[in-house]
Design a protein around this ligand. Structure first.
Ligand code: SER
Length: 319
């Protein structure tokens, strides 16, 4: 089927596009940025600003995909530096994509939501349905995106589905997430043998290795609609403390020096997020199950980061 991806130049896009192509789909990527060098040149690529409603509707009218993955967003930490732009990209952008789907009869929209929809005062393991009280602009716009999508499903029959991702970890730079300390332990650990994390050592949030995240996005989209009792699902993999991640990284990078210097702004965001997610609805409705725990991720990821840096020394620097 033809699939269109917004924000495809970001942390998730390249991996998602490659996986969808392996399943035989005709995938078109779009972003403000050019096609990432990791992607083959025959991946069709469109320059698109999701805040431009006319451009979004025009491109979807022209391409008429059967499915849209809407990934375009500014993440939580960057979002607090530029909340107005974050509102435009995340909130207006999502509205523009929903409207374009309605106008041109695009049947299915897959949305990437996040642990950042939650706020302070959570139970130890957080189920799907608790009051959503985010403290960041990113979280506020993702809550609104979830609700808007559900509205479009009820009102206009759009098949709207999404996952609430934990912090995602892979050998690619995310650009401005608050969960990035986990990823930087690996990338800077390989690159320079050291990393000073911007959180306390006892910080604990849900995390996930990217291959599991990509599979979730494909499996949820392919699940029979009749099996889905809701639009948006928590999904979980593992929830280590920051010091447990550091210890795991040290098993694969002997001598790595990981230290902690908590940054108050980002720490406050981390402390407002769940420590663990309850994803039983996703398990029951569409068979969600992660394959990587922390140790398996470390064993898989460190050699990948090494290979990437051997080929492209600058690939993971500059955060
Ligand atoms: N990884 C994201 C962030 O840190 C959470 O969805 O903003």
């Amino acid at each position: 089927m033809r699939i269109f991806v917004t924000g495809a130049g970001g942390q998730i896009g390249s991996d998602l596009i490659m996986a969808l192509r392996e399943r035989g789909h005709d995938v078109h990527g779009s972003d403000l940025a050019p096609r990432p060098s990791r992607l083959p040149e025959d991946v069709p690529w469109h320059r698109l600003d999701v805040t431009d409603a006319v451009a979004v509707a025009g491109l979807l009218e022209q391409l008429r995909p059967q499915r849209v993955y809407h990934l375009a967003a500014i993440l939580s930490a960057r979002g607090e530096q530029i909340p107005q732009t974050t509102y435009a990209v995340n909130q207006t952008g999502t509205y523009n994509v929903l409207e374009a789907c309605r106008l041109h009869g695009i049947p299915q929209l897959i949305f990437t939501s996040t642990i950042a929809v939650f706020g302070p005062g959570l139970p130890e393991s957080v189920p799907d349905d608790v009051p959503l009280r985010p403290t960041t602009m990113y979280g506020v716009t993702k809550v609104a995106g979830e609700l808007l999508g559900e509205y479009y499903q009820r009102r206009f029959g759009l098949d709207f589905r999404g996952v609430r991702f934990p912090g995602l970890i892979s050998a690619s730079l995310p650009g401005g997430g608050t969960s990035d300390y986990a990823l930087f332990m690996y990338t800077d650990g390989v690159r320079v043998g050291a990393y000073e994390a911007f959180c306390r050592a006892d910080t604990r949030i849900p995390l996930m290795y990217m291959p599991d995240g990509i599979r979730a996005l494909m499996d949820l989209a392919d699940a029979p609609k009749a099996d889905l009792r809701r639009c948006i699902y928590n999904i979980a993999a593992f929830s280590p403390t920051a010091s447990e991640i550091a210890a795991s990284v040290a098993t694969a990078i002997p001598g790595v020096r990981i230290t902690f210097a908590s940054d108050p702004a980002r720490q406050a965001i981390l402390d407002s997020w769940p420590r663990a997610l309850d994803d039983r609805n996703a398990q029951q409705d569409w068979g969600w199950k992660p394959t990587f725990d922390l140790a398996a991720m470390t064993a898989d990821l460190v050699p990948r980061v090494r290979e990437l840096l051997a080929r492209t020394p600058d690939a993971l620097s500059g955060h």
